[in-house]
Design a protein around this ligand. Structure first.
Ligand code: CP
Length: 313
């Protein structure tokens, strides 16, 4: 595999899940594969799980990770083509990506959307510029429109915890005070479309995700109806896609409660705001898979890095 940019880079999700589980059983089996190889992790935005689990994955493969908080620590990077650079940006992506490629064998990038300019966000300017101007493979650690390392993690976690051949998985919107990106929800939808699950999305009207991503997936605006007989309830807030980046609804009735999810397992990518997105009684119960999910971030990232390293040879 050359780059890992989206869930669509996964050829067979069931095979990938089995491979990730094998890595989880023996995480140091490929300690020689990444020897003398450097992974550069570039963060334009905050992170706890992605930052640590991707480094851990690299270390398990014998790689040397180096990390930079690009916003704040690096020179301001210009992404525009032909720009007269008389503003705040001091270095063009053409030089920056070429230089970093000399130090790193793989570059992983986190760059969130603005949520103010839909067209620009959907162009994935930052991620695509790294793909274009770097000479090494690129890994998406959450971009404007996708979080494929998280979604692979979630697929692994569902596979590990299901007792059914074809579980019912519900993606539910929940309220939040801030405008949040669509990336986690988008990639989760794409992952579920690749798995053999009964999949339902529920959110208030006005919160429909990109119809090109939703495709034929079922959407039900009635949360209680959608949650009926669910085996897994994946919860995430996102801002409006139609009225781009706006918070249209903060109705606390959409918060996930123990009563609502019944016997289903609760999933969230974290970080999660307690008693706004989900009540304590869910997070503090055996129903919650959030810590397992965070653990699986390491093995999802390790599988992606392993596949790229195998193709570097
Ligand atoms: N889920 C996730 O990506 O967590 P971080 O933002 O902390 O990396």
């Amino acid at each position: 595999m050359k780059h890992y940019i989206s869930i669509q880079d996964i050829d067979n999700i069931n095979t990938w899940i089995q491979e990730a589980k094998a890595l989880k059983r023996n995480p140091l089996n490929y300690k020689e594969l990444g020897k003398n190889k450097t992974l550069g992790l570039l963060f334009f935005n905050s992170s706890l799980r992605t930052r640590l689990s991707t480094q851990k994955a690299a270390l398990n493969l014998g790689m040397d990770p180096i990390v930079m908080n690009v916003s704040g620590d690096a020179w301001g990077i210009e992404f525009g083509d032909g720009t007269i650079m008389n503003g705040n940006t001091a270095e063009h992506i053409k030089e920056a990506a070429a230089v970093i490629s000399q130090y790193c064998d793989i570059i992983a990038v986190r760059a969130f959307p603005s949520l103010t300019d839909k067209e620009k966000d959907e162009s994935e300017q930052v991620l695509k510029a790294f793909v274009k101007y770097a000479s090494v493979p690129i890994v998406n650690m959450e971009s404007a429109t996708g979080h494929p390392l998280q979604a692979l993690t979630d697929a692994i976690t569902i596979s590990e915890n299901t007792k059914k051949e074809r579980p019912k998985v519900v993606l539910s919107w929940a309220p939040h005070i801030k405008a949040l990106p669509h990336a986690v929800a988008n990639s989760f939808v794409e992952a579920m479309q690749k798995m053999d699950v009964e999949f339902v999305i529920t959110h208030p009207e006005g919160y429909d995700l990109n119809p090109e991503i939703i495709g034929e997936s079922t959407v039900n605006y009635n949360q209680n109806e959608a949650l009926k007989d669910a085996d897994f309830v994946y919860v995430k807030n996102w801002s409006s896609y139609g009225d781009y980046g706006k918070v249209l609804n903060t109705d606390p009735n959409w918060m996930i409660t123990k009563e609502k999810i019944g016997n289903a397992k609760f999933m969230h990518c974290l970080p999660v705001r307690r008693n706004l997105i989900v009540e304590d009684a869910v997070l503090d119960s055996d129903s919650s898979l959030v810590i397992e999910q965070a653990n699986n971030r390491t093995y999802a990232a390790q599988l992606v890095l392993k596949k790229i390293l195998e193709d570097l040879k």
